[in-house]
Design a protein around this ligand. Structure first.
Ligand code: SAH
Length: 394
């Protein structure tokens, strides 16, 4: 029997619109012995059933798993994860003859599993819990992953040391839950990438840029490319295959530069026209003497919260103005924001301001976003986070 949390009168509208979060301010009554991560039943002021979800202390108090009464048992997990697998199958991402074996299998709320992220790299799934409820159920999920993938997933690596709010309570933060695997090279659109599950950001790779990297490849021929905030060098490797005459990769982290060099060498050993620099992006733009005609700006989220929005927008303007003012006439800029707090319109306005400051004519060629394996739950617009513009600068 699940413990019950009752909501205040007038605080149920968002649930009726299937928003998957309940904030702590909406709660009127709950027993004091509900534990972190425990499954709870949510009812309205009259005691009518609303939802089932994972409880957690904090601003988001409940992450909803179901809006209809049901048992959250092995069968539930099999259904939800199976549904997610079938979507990736329909997208052509799971096929043995697909051009790659990297994709996102679970994108939290987008797959109706708030608090859970799973990326697949070949035979290994990397699981990240963003809620304590998902942490508690990690072993069940690991077993179900092996079942629903028809033998495709053999190893499950757990990596939640940076995403769980209560580090002291975590018995296991990272490591293999099922199987194990020494070989951590996976393939995206026919290109090889070394994935660092253990120390890498996110699950080790930015899976969400797959389609945007492919577009970059198509525009790279004969261009001198500057890949800012390169991390694993994804865009650099695609630019090299696309026929760029020179590629410079920049990241402030020395570890990222090592990863970039590893990935360039995996695909294009001793590429003489690639060079990587461990340096601050703004500083690099200030002093570089090289002229570029294709620049990628994919910085970390400048606004992690709404409170940082104003400064974040200024940051995007400053960064983009630096690139727009330096790029050669006819040059192309791939510019991104992965800040969930920054809307598409706000981001575009920041770029507009940058173009106006530089006094150069700028056209939008493409408007980019996250790929279909990072689906956006229409009831959870917060799930739309990645936006990008491909600009041409006269
Ligand atoms: N474009 C990458 C992902 C970028 S993630 C890809 O496709 O995989 C953001 C990167 O920006 C991180 O690797 C981080 O080390 C780097 N970074 C953060 N601040 C920086 C700065 N001021 N200058 C240069 N790099 C920075």
């Amino acid at each position: 029997m699940l413990k019950t949390i009752q909501l205040l009168k007038g605080k149920t509208d968002s649930i009726k619109r299937f928003h998957p979060w309940i904030f702590s301010g909406a709660i009127s009554r709950m027993s004091t012995d509900i534990k972190e991560g425990e499954l709870v039943q949510v009812v309205d002021a009259e005691g009518k059933f609303l939802a089932i979800g994972h409880f957690q202390h904090g601003s988001i108090a409940i992450r909803i798993l179901s809006f209809t009464p049901c048992e959250i048992n092995d069968e539930f997990w099999r259904q939800r994860l199976g549904e997610a697998w079938r979507l990736r199958e329909a997208l052509g991402l799971t096929a043995q003859d697909a051009p790659g074996n990297i994709f996102r299998l679970i994108h939290g709320e987008g797959d109706r599993l708030p608090g859970l992220v799973i990326d697949v790299y070949g035979e290994t799934a990397v699981m990240q819990a963003h809620s304590y409820g998902m942490h508690l159920v990690r072993n069940t999920i690991a077993d179900v992953l092996l079942q629903i993938s028809g033998g495709r997933i053999k190893n499950v690596y757990y990596k939640s040391e940076t995403t769980l709010p209560h580090p002291e309570e975590q018995l296991q933060k990272y490591g293999f839950l099922r199987g194990s695997c020494e070989d951590n090279i996976a393939v995206e659109n026919g290109l090889k990438f070394h994935i660092d599950w253990l120390r890498g950001q996110k699950t080790g790779f930015f899976v969400d840029q797959r389609e945007n990297r492919r577009l970059l490849e198509q525009l790279a021929k004969g261009r001198r490319v500057l890949n800012m905030f390169c991390y694993t060098g994804g865009f650099s490797v695609y630019a090299l295959r696309g026929g760029a005459t020179l590629v410079h990769s920049v990241d402030s982290s020395a570890k990222a530069i090592d990863l970039t060099n590893i990935n360039v060498n995996l695909n294009f050993p001793d590429a003489p026209h690639h060079e990587a620099f461990a340096e601050d992006a703004f500083r690099f733009l200030e002093h570089t003497k090289t002229s570029y005609d294709l620049v990628i700006l994919d910085p970390p989220a400048f606004a992690k919260h709404k409170s940082a929005l104003h400064n974040a927008l200024k940051g995007y303007t400053r960064l983009n103005a630096a690139a727009i003012s330096r790029i050669e006439p006819g040059g192309i800029i791939f510019t991104f924001s992965c800040s969930q707090a920054v809307s598409k319109e706000q981001f575009r306005l920041a770029i507009f301001t940058a173009a106006a400051q530089c006094g150069r004519h700028v056209r939008i060629l493409y408007q980019l976003h996250q790929p279909a394996d990072h689906p956006i739950n229409i009831f959870h617009p917060e799930g739309e986070y990645l936006k990008g513009l491909v600009l041409q600068v006269e």
